[in-house]
Design a protein around this ligand. Structure first.
Ligand SMILES: Cc1cc2nc3c(=O)[nH]c(=O)nc-3n(C[C@H](O)[C@H](O)[C@H](O)COP(=O)(O)OP(=O)(O)OC[C@H]3O[C@@H](n4cnc5c(N)ncnc54)[C@H](O)[C@@H]3O)c2cc1C
Length: 419
């Protein structure tokens, strides 16, 4: 006879683990299912910023002004596979059509609701998980080589003011005093003070998983192949080993959610913004970076991590599993070496590639589907690490019929006809 659970959460990235932990804290019998432990996918390889300021959706009016430059396919910020874009032209039309001015602030509000609440929950959970030492609360620096780029931050700065997110523009002298590790190649900086970051996103996922296990949460390692609906529950089938049964299932498979849901007749409009990372030793450990830094014109983020300086590059629009091309990462390294004294690559750590799961309105899909007992928590694009705990709380409230938290409407899968 197969095991029977109240809820099976599929995927143990930051979104799945947060969901399982929240449900377990509320006394639900949960099994968390993951194909590969410890996790090494999107939630492992990101820049680790818990970014209160990432509330301006990428598809906003400024994107239209930047498009001519981006379409040359030479920018380090964005590369694309033209065939992939053509194949998904309808998706890109939808994505661009959402970038209207009147549609931007409501989506910013929805992102802010998840991210601001998650800041509180991350701190609480890191404390409970004995991993609070991984949290840095000194904000992050956005730095600009060209004065025009710095001037282009006005809309976002206005948004941060309206949402009460503390920030400060920095002269070159103030930037240098704040972060002496940066070379004088910048025209100015912007310090997002309210933001936090962690020194190892993968270790944070592991810490939350340990906390979930301490609460008698069960983890099952195995690759889920299919889900089959039964009269009042679901059967979860694996590539190997026995199936399990659950009354309710949460799909938190990040960039794998789309292909997984397809055979069930649920067409989630998800595409992928791929990105990679590489680690470096500091050239001089005495002048080590104190803040995560986003070099906007250099199109990379560099963040001090437990394993060294983690360099993450711009976005690549390509099929999720297309071969890893190193052009952007190599370009980002070139730019980063202009701005910082980077040492050698960290030995034993190879280049990493991941895929941000993106939906056309740049909001995640959180809530029920039209298939009874099947729920989604996925599509967190660039802010999954920042927004996972509150996304989990919202979903748990919906599943358990509890009130509280943000209005779920903007996140519901029914907006894509899946409800
Ligand atoms: C380069 C880069 C930098 C980023 N930087 C930041 C940042 O600084 N801050 C931030 O907030 N966000 C950042 N993000 C975005 C963030 O990483 C993602 O939004 C988030 O990790 C998505 O989490 P997830 O749990 O949905 O997906 P994932 O972490 O991908 O988790 C999905 C899990 O499902 C598992 N799985 C897949 N298929 C199966 C199967 N068949 N059976 C069982 N398990 C399966 C996978 O192994 C995986 O562990 C960044 C992303 C990238 C790529």
């Amino acid at each position: 006879m197969s095991e029977r659970w109240a809820v099976a959460v599929l995927g143990a990235g930051i979104v799945g683990v947060s969901t399982a932990l929240t449900l377990r804290e509320r006394g639900v019998q949960v099994v968390l299912v993951e194909k590969c432990l410890p996790v090494r996918e999107t939630s492992y390889g990101n820049a680790g910023i818990l970014s209160s300021s990432s509330i301006l959706p990428l598809n906003n009016p400024a994107l239209f002004r930047a498009l001519p430059g981006l379409l040359t396919n030479r920018s380090l910020a964005l590369r694309y596979d033209p065939l992939f874009v053509l194949r998904h032209a309808g998706w890109f039309r939808q994505f661009l059509s959402q970038g209207r001015a009147d549609n931007t602030e409501p989506r910013a509000r929805a992102l802010h609701a998840l991210i601001s609440r998650s800041q509180v929950l991350h701190r609480e959970w890191l404390n409970k998980a004995g991993a609070i030492q991984r949290l840095r609360t000194n904000g992050w620096l956005q730095v600009y080589r060209r004065p025009e780029s710095l001037a282009g931050t006005q809309v976002q700065a206005g948004l941060l003011d309206r949402f009460g997110i503390a920030h400060e523009f920095l002269s070159t002298a103030r930037l240098r005093a704040l972060e002496p590790a940066l070379k004088p190649v910048f025209a100015g900086g912007w310090w997002i003070r309210d933001t936090a970051s962690v020194d190892s996103p993968g270790a944070v996922v592991d810490a939350y998983t340990r906390r979930y296990r301490q609460l008698q949460g069960v983890v099952r390692e195995g690759e889920v192949r299919t889900l089959t609906p039964q009269e009042d529950h679901w059967q979860v089938h694996f590539a190997g080993g026995p199936a399990l049964e659950a009354q309710q299932v949460v799909v938190a498979l990040g960039p794998w959610s789309r292909t997984f849901l397809q055979p069930l007749g649920l067409r989630l409009p998800m595409l992928y913004e791929r990105g990679s990372h590489r680690h470096f030793e500091p050239f001089d450990p005495a002048v080590c970076l104190q803040y995560p830094v986003y070099d906007v014109d250099g199109a990379y983020v560099i963040s001090p991590m437990e394993a060294g300086l983690r360099l993450t590059c711009g976005v690549e629009l390509a099929a999720r599993d297309a071969p890893h091309r190193l052009t952007q990462l190599n370009g980002a390294e070139r730019m980063a070496r202009q701005a910082l004294a980077l040492g050698e690559r960290v030995e034993g750590l190879s280049d990493w590639l991941g895929a941000r799961p993106v939906l056309p309105d740049s909001l995640p899909a959180i809530g029920p589907t039209r298939l009874p007992g099947l729920w989604l928590n996925t599509g967190h694009q660039h802010i999954g690490f920042s927004a996972a705990p509150a996304s989990a709380e919202l979903l748990a409230n919906l599943m358990l019929g509890r009130k509280g938290g943000p209005d779920p409407t903007p996140y519901l899968p029914e907006r894509f006809g899946l409800g």
